[in-house]
Ligand binder design. Structure first.
Ligand code: MRU
Length: 320
């Protein structure tokens, strides 16, 4: 599972967290081989291993922490009962994410009332979560409810999550998906072809600064320039209130081959220097609103995030 996460076979912040939780269940289950060690040793080794897979999406660490808390509360050495408790917690993490996706769609869809076309980046749908998705779930809900007809989809260089996954999910729902290169987004906005930009998030700092797929920051700057609202959608589990601002968010660097090669074919000269950040950080001042499973957060985000982090299950319908 760790290798699948590292290679992006399992990807998208919420899906990474859910998969990591189940990976810990598999780790304690592996007690057949004689040198497998105690469940505790296997569990702790698996936690350390999973924590090295991808540094930016905080859902991974939130899920590992929940599983650790669960493990520490277990008062038995019976491997079957340990397994049962961990499986219960992994299922709860999965269920929480499924419910969060549904709530995000419910809170977010009214923001697109009267909007006929939006632009999105990367992939935030059902293949990236345990439920219907985050930003993409809002888009699907808005299309089901009303006027939203067309979605411009950035291909999302270099791994093409937009081209491969977002277009496919939208087409499954019968929504008009228009695939564009990442560099076409400015022109699409200038031509007034999109009325809003919606993206997901991998980690949101206490002040609202948001890490998301590389290219997101550029879209936010373009949206501001063209007077278009820029919405972020993510469950509260993607908020990291321990980080004061986006400058503290660890940004994953990917292997140079992801840029120098296309499906195994080399397209750049051998030996060229490469800089391949997987994510960028959008400053909170460029974000119109953050749609969470507890409600829609508006600036000032530091206040809204403090309230929502403390509120637990309480709804924060609108925090101004
Ligand atoms: O590198 P990826 O494909 O895991 O990056 C995914 C994103 O940036 C998504 O926007 C984010 O994880 C939210 S998925 C609901």
């Amino acid at each position: 599972v760790a290798e699948s996460i590292r290679r992006l076979e399992i990807r998208g912040a919420p899906a990474i967290g859910v998969a990591a939780a189940y990976a810990l269940v598999l780790a304690v289950q592996d007690h057949a081989s004689p040198d497998a060690g105690t469940p505790e040793r296997r569990f702790r080794e698996a936690v350390s291993h999973l924590a090295t897979t991808r540094p930016t999406a905080v859902n991974l660490f939130t899920a590992l922490k929940r599983m650790q808390t669960c493990f520490e509360a277990i008062r038995t050495t019976d491997p079957l009962r340990i397994h049962e408790s961990l499986l219960g917690e992994a299922r709860a993490i999965e269920r929480d994410d499924r419910e969060a996706c549904a709530a995000i769609a419910r809170y977010g869809a009214p923001l697109l009332k009267g909007v006929s076309a939006v632009l999105t980046h990367c992939h935030t749908g059902s293949l990236a979560t345990a439920g219907g998705g985050t930003a993409l779930n809002i888009i699907i809900e808005a299309a089901t409810r009303g006027r939203l007809k067309r979605v411009y989809v950035d291909e999302t260089r270099p791994l093409l999550q937009g081209a491969r996954l977002t277009t496919w999910e939208l087409m499954q729902h019968g929504i008009d998906a228009v695939l564009i290169t990442d560099s076409s987004a400015g022109f699409v906005m200038q031509q007034r072809n999109t009325e809003a930009v919606l993206v997901g998030a991998d980690r949101i700092a206490a002040n609202g600064d948001t890490a998301n797929k590389i290219g997101t920051y550029g879209l936010a700057v373009l949206a501001e320039k063209h007077g278009i609202p820029f919405y972020v959608a993510a469950p509260v589990s993607t908020i990291d209130p321990e980080l004061a601002s986006g400058g503290e968010i660890p940004i994953e660097l990917r292997a140079p081959e992801e840029i120098t090669h296309l499906r195994g074919v080399q397209i750049a000269p051998s030996g060229v220097s490469v800089y391949a950040p997987a994510f960028d950080v959008t400053p909170h001042g460029l974000i119109t609103a953050i749609v969470t499973d507890k409600g829609v957060l508006y600036p000032p985000f530091d206040e809204a995030i403090r309230t929502v982090s403390k509120a637990g299950a309480a709804n924060v319908e609108r925090t101004v």
